[in-house]
Design a protein around this ligand. Sequence first.
Ligand SMILES: CC(C)(COP(=O)(O)OP(=O)(O)OC[C@H]1O[C@@H](n2cnc3c(N)ncnc32)[C@H](O)[C@@H]1OP(=O)(O)O)[C@@H](O)C(=O)NCCC(=O)NCCS
Length: 159
Amino acid sequence: MSVTLREMTVSDIPEVHKLETELFPEDAWPLAAFESELAHSDTRNYWVYESEDKVVGYAGLCTVLPISDVQTIAISPQFQGQGLGRKLLTLLVQTAKERKALDVMLEVRFDNPTAIALYESMGFVTIHRRVGYYKGGVDALIMRMQLDALQGQEEDNKA
Ligand SMILES: CC(C)(COP(=O)(O)OP(=O)(O)OC[C@H]1O[C@@H](n2cnc3c(N)ncnc32)[C@H](O)[C@@H]1OP(=O)(O)O)[C@@H](O)C(=O)NCCC(=O)NCCS
């Protein structure tokens, strides 16, 4: 099934929120949180994946320099494991670079090995563990990708 990527609009929010409650049963954002995010386009970038007119994934970034925060990233279960999450995260990191952030930060549940594996494989490093951060007492890992260090490496590689 073909999948297209485009910027999220206000009309996507009901479908995005439906997926959010399915994927994050304990920690789902309220619908109004997405409305508020999209209202702050000066600092936010949000995208959706669409297939057959249905939202099958979404992600968002908040940039307040010098940091970009991954606000959310999610792929519908039927579309997971096909590389879409990695592509979306690559786009978030690229956007953070374009917005001149020095670090990309995110937080992830300690009991989410799939997401942690994705983040580590892209170069995110755990810098803190917040004990009992999520509902139910699950710890959060705070992860960081240092873009200035990456840019330095890229320049070294070119030399
Ligand atoms: C985490 C998530 C966004 C990854 O998206 P995805 O499209 O399934 O991931 P991809 O197919 O791009 O795979 C990327 C990497 O994730 C990891 N991964 C994917 N599926 C995995 C699985 N079943 N088990 C372990 N690791 C897995 C692998 O490291 C994989 O890299 P590889 O294919 O090179 O081995 C997706 O699983 C998801 O939406 N999960 C539910 C919501 C969620 O947890 N969001 C993150 C909140 S912090």
